[in-house]
Ligand binder design. Structure first.
Ligand code: PAN
Ligand code: ZN
Length: 197
C-alpha cells in the first residue's frame, strides 16, 4: 500500500529478515538458527546400537534450520523451519529423526516435504502407531497429542518444511526411553514397517 506521496512503506523488520530456498531446503537471514544431529547424539535410538557405535560418530544424520520470530514459549506465535534428513541406515534401519511429542499437547504442527521420500511415523498416547507416506506434495497435519518421527526410506536427502506453535515445546523423554510402536527396516531392498515393543 502506497502513502499519499506514492512511497511504499518500509518492510517491517520481521518480513525482511529471512529468505527461503524452497526446494533446496535452505534459509538465509540473520535470525535463522541451525542444529545438526550426528550419529553420536542418537545413542540407543536405533535398534542395532552396536552397529551405530561402530559407525563414524561425526556423520550427520539430519539438520534443522528454523526461524523463531518470537521467543520459545510465547503464546500465539509460529515457528518456521526445515529439516534435511540424510539417506543412510544403521544396520538395516533407515536414518530417522529422534522423534518427540510437543510438551504442550494441544499445540499442532504442519509438515510438508519438497524433496526425497520417506515415512512419517505417528503414535498416540496409547502407543497406537501408524506410518504416512511422505513425498513432495504431501501435507501432514500433526495434532499435538501425537509423537512424530520422520524416516528417510530413499536414496536422497528427505527435505521437509514445518510450521509449529512457538509454545509447543519438545518432549523427547518418552521416545528416548521406549521409542515408537514400529520400526522401519530394509527387507529385500524395500522398506518394511515392523511392530516393535
Ligand atoms: C521438527 C523437528 C525436526 C527434528 O522441527 O524438531 O524435524 O526432529 P526431532 O526434534 O525429533 O529431533 C518438529 O517437529 N518441531 O516441532
Ligand atoms: Zn514437532
Amino acid at each position: 500500500m502506497q502513502n499519499a506521496k506514492g512511497e511504499l512503506p518500509a518492510a517491517s523488520p520481521e518480513i525482511a529478515k529471512v529468505t527461503l530456498g524452497w526446494f533446496s531446503g535452505t534459509m538465509d537471514g540473520l535470525p535463522v538458527q541451525e542444529s545438526v544431529k550426528k550419529l553420536s547424539e542418537l545413542e540407543h535410538i536405533f535398534l542395532d546400537e552396536a552397529a551405530r557405535s561402530h559407525m563414524d560418530q561425526d556423520q550427520e544424520v539430519y539438520r534443522v534450520c528454523w526461524w523463531s520470530p518470537v521467543s520459545p514459549g510465547v503464546e500465539g506465535g509460529l515457528f518456521w523451519g526445515v529439516t534435511t534428513l540424510r539417506p543412510g541406515k544403521v544396520g538395516d534401519e533407515y536414518f530417522m529423526t529422534h522423534g518427540h511429542s510437543h510438551a504442550n499437547r494441544s499445540r499442532a504442527e504442519y509438515y510438508t516435504p519438497v524433496s526425497g521420500r520417506g515415512l512419517l511415523i505417528r503414535m498416540d498416547e496409547r502407543r497406537l502407531t501408524w506410518a504416512e507416506e511422505m513425498a513432495p506434495g504431501t501435507l501432514h497435519y500433526l495434532n499435538g497429542e501425537n509423537a512424530h518421527r520422520v524416516v528417510n526410506t530413499g536414496n536422497e536427502p528427505l527435505i521437509f518444511w514445518a510450521c509449529w506453535c512457538s509454545d509447543a515445546g519438545y518432549d523427547y523423554g518418552a521416545i528416548r526411553e521406549r521409542g515408537f510402536g514400529v520400526r522401519v527396516m530394509e527387507r529385500d531392498g524395500q522398506p518394511v514397517v515392523i511392530p516393535y515393543e
